[in-house]
Structure formats: C-alpha cells, structure tokens
Design a protein around this ligand. Structure first.
Ligand SMILES: *Cc1c(COP(=O)(O)O)cnc(C)c1O
Length: 457
C-alpha cells in the first residue's frame, strides 16, 4: 500500500474520542508500590483515603487490575469542547533542522488553562459533584492546575479553595485573576488560615512557600470542613489514568496513517502528561507487542529521576499525606529558581517510578537556558509559544532529530507539547536579557536532603 500523504494536523472526529481511559497498571508485572499510612506504615485502606479524596477517585487510585475504565458521558461531553487535541506533524521544524526524522507533537494548550491539566480537573470535579460534595481544595504552583480546576469546578458549580505558592501568587497576578474569574478563592501559601501554615510562617518568617507546604494546607482545610475533599493535579495514579486520553488520541491518530513511532518524549514534573501520553504505547511494550524508546525530560535543577532515589517519601512538607514510593529528591528539597514552575515537585509518579526502575523508559535532564533556546526555535517556526515545561520535551526532540541528521536515520519522534507560555513572559524576558542561570544542585546538597527520608523497611 502506498504511504498516504500525512497532513499537517491529524484530527480525530468527535465520535472517535476515547470512551474509556486506559489503566497501564493492569499490564504492569511489577505494580507501583502502595501508598502507606505515615503513622502505621501499613498500606492505606480505601476508608482512610476517603477522608481526604472522593470515593470514586479512591477506587481508581487503588485499581491495579482493570485495564479500561469508562469515561462518564458528562466528562466525554466536556472533553468535546476542546478535544480531540491536534496531533501536528512538525514539517516546518523538520525542514529548519534539516533532519530526516519525522516529528509529531500532541498539542494540549488549546484551552484556557493552557495545559493538559483540564483533562483530569474535569474528571475530579465530576466525581466530587456526583458524591454530593460542596467543594474541593487544592494547591497550585505556577497556576495551571489551579486554573484548570477552577474551570472544572465552575462548570459543575462546586466551591473551590486554592492555596497558591506565595511567590507565584505575587509574581503571577494574572493567573490568580483567571482563577477568580472562574469563581475560585485563592490564598497565598503559607497562610495564617491553617495550623500548618501558621507553624511554617512561625518557623520560617518571610518564606515564599513551596508546593509541599501548599499541599499540606489544602489537605488540612479539606479534612476539617465537612463536604469538602482534596484534589491533586499530578503524581497520583488516578491523574495518570485521566491523562491517558492524550495517549489514546495520539495512538488513534497515528494508527489512521499506519505510523509507528520510534521515540516518545515528554516533560516530567509529577509525571501526569508523560504517563498519559505513553500509556497505550507502554501497554503494548509491557504486553510484548511493540517496542518504543520512551524518554522523560526533567530540569537539571530538579532531577528526580536522573539523580533521585527510589524510596518511600513524604508527599508534602507538613507530612500529613500518605507516604509514596517514588523517585524523589526528598520532601524538603527546594529547587533553585527555575522557570518551569510545573516541573519543580520533589517526587515523581509511583507508576512512572516503577516503570523507570524496571528499565522500561529512560530519563534525561536538561539545563534551563538550553530549554529556552529550543522554545524560541520552536516558536519561530511552528507558531506556538510553548510553556517552559513543555519546552523540555522540545529540547530533547530537537536533539534527537539532530542526531538523526548525523546518522541519516529516519526516526519517527512523537513528543507532548503540554501547553502555552503566555503567562511565562518574565522567564522569556530573563532569557532574552541573558539573565537566566543554570543552577544544578551538587551531590552534597542532594545527599543532605536524602538523610531526611522517612525510615521505611
Ligand atoms: C503541570 C504542567 C506540567 C508538568 O506536570 P506533569 O504532571 O508532569 O505533566 C507540564 N507542562 C505544563 C504546561 C504543565 O502545566
């Protein structure tokens, strides 16, 4: 059969949208390690988790067996407003690079949150509403998750309380206003509204906060207020499950033209977009049906995979959350100023951590200025202004395409373009003015944080 000419954008029809999420855990021989109760060190039971999370989401979190889970019709209908997202053939970038490689990217920036986070936000809000809750609480760093969740909560008429890392609250007033436009209340963290916030403020006067601290505050408020639960935008198994919609669409679009990728590349913060993008491909790999070179890209300033350890760790600063076994830098690790706010979490999804530990995927870390060089190069030929987080994947996609130029290999590369960078222009400004640095933590620093890991046998 003659090869079809591949269009610039491969779209799916509305009726081709996935109707089920794919749960990669069902095909994993080595399952991700269970969450542990920080007090007893026993695996968390559903009843314990239900005090913090919505019941249906707890069931999804603990489900290691069912490969496919129905997407409720209400969520499918919401997805229809902004999905399927386009799979773009980067012809212009290929030409500019002079590479024989074929490059595709899955673009998730076409909604107001400017990222893939809406895919899970709408699901989590739906289950909260279905359970009859009044509202939910969460944390946000750079603000994409808070924005996505505020959109989802306003759609389902749920109250939303966001704890926003103080430094971002002050530096990104526009993100905050977007959230308030959708009716969310936004509190800078650490605040004086929670016990843990007061404690952290007393111990570290003038602190500008961290994601781990904002998580502790959001959990405390959810647990103390009847009718409220806590929701999280990454790391958790349930979030990877919802994000599998990215990979399922990507695979369906590629299958239309009989394209089989050689490499799949994504940026990794907590691992949700990458986990979603690779899910069906990893499934084939796990079942021995196909092989793919899967690459996680992380910032050199927050290198959880490449320089972290695989161990149980606290998920938050206040140590109120369950312990998770993951590649981690230690829960009190504070990355240096890095402009990819969404990639600054100290740990990594337990699912991806297990897959990485089993040698089923690899990871590379990249320096910030190199990331922005790639971002600019991409913006100038492909037209999209990429988020700094997404640009980590662009960097490695370009590097791999340039390797193909040397070897003459015609590899097919697929990468996740998770979002747009309109709210990140201060970072772009620093880059343009030559004021961006590339701080990389030393081995001594990382070793010190590692001594604070909880003792679990
Ligand atoms: C949050 C975010 C990320 C990183 O989060 P993951 O859970 O690792 O996917 C990447 N890109 C964008 C645009 C984000 O908002």
């Amino acid at each position: 059969m003659a090869e079809k000419k591949i269009p610039y954008k491969i779209y799916l029809e509305e009726n081709e949208l996935p109707k089920k999420w794919y749960n990669v855990r069902a095909d994993m021989k080595n399952k991700p390690a269970p969450l542990l109760n920080p007090g007893t060190l026993e695996p968390m039971k559903a009843e314990e988790l239900e005090g913090v999370f919505c019941s249906e989401l707890v069931a999804q979190e603990l489900d290691n067996d069912n490969a496919y889970i129905d997407i409720p019709q209400e969520i499918v209908d919401f997805y229809k407003m902004y999905r399927p997202s386009p799979l773009v053939r980067a012809y212009c970038l290929e030409e500019k690079l002079g590479t024989p490689a074929k490059i595709y990217y899955k673009f998730e920036g076409n909604n107001t949150s400017g990222s893939h986070k809406l895919n899970s936000a709408i699901a989590q809000a739906y289950y909260a509403k279905k359970q009859g809750l009044k509202g939910v609480t969460t944390e946000t760093g750079a603000g994409q998750w808070g924005t996505a969740l505020s959109m989802a909560c306003s759609y389902f008429d749920l109250d939303l309380k966001v704890f926003m890392v103080k430094v971002s609250y002050e530096q990104k007033p526009f993100r905050r206003e977007v959230m308030r436009t959708y009716g969310a209340s936004v509190t800078p963290s650490p605040s004086m509204e929670t016990d843990i916030g007061k404690k952290i403020n007393a111990e570290h006067p003038g602190t500008t906060g961290s994601l781990g601290c904002a998580i502790s505050e959001a959990v405390e408020v959810a647990v103390k207020n009847p009718g409220y639960r806590y929701v999280l935008g990454s790391v958790l198994n349930q979030v990877l499950l919802h994000q599998s919609v990215i990979g399922l669409e990507t695979k369906a679009a590629l299958d239309k033209y009989n394209i089989k990728p050689d490499m799949i590349i994504g940026c990794a913060g907590g691992g949700s977009n990458l986990g979603g993008l690779i899910a069906p491909f990893m499934g084939e790999k796990l079942r021995g049906e196909a092989d793919y070179d899967i690459i996680a890209v992380e910032p050199a300033s927050c290198p959880s995979f490449t320089r972290g350890v695989y161990a149980y760790d606290f998920a938050d600063t206040g140590m109120v959350c369950p312990l998770a076994k993951m590649y981690t830098l230690g829960s009190d690790f504070i990355p240096s100023a890095n402009h990819a706010g969404g990639l600054r979490y100290h740990g990594m999804s337990p699912v991806l951590s297990q897959l990485y530990d089993d040698g089923l995927m690899r990871a590379v870390s990249v320096e910030q200025t190199k990331v922005f060089e790639a971002a600019e190069q991409f913006a100038r030929v492909e037209g999209i202004l990429p988020a700094p987080e997404s640009s980590h994947a662009i960097r490695v996609a370009i590097d791999e395409a340039l390797k193909c130029k040397e070897t003459g290999e015609e590899k097919t590369i697929v990468f996740g373009l998770t979002g747009t960078g309109y709210f990140d222009m201060v970072a772009y400004e620093k880059f343009h003015d030559g004021k961006m640095d590339d701080y990389i933590p030393t081995d001594e620093e990382l070793a010190e944080y590692r001594t604070h890991l909880p003792k679990v046998d």
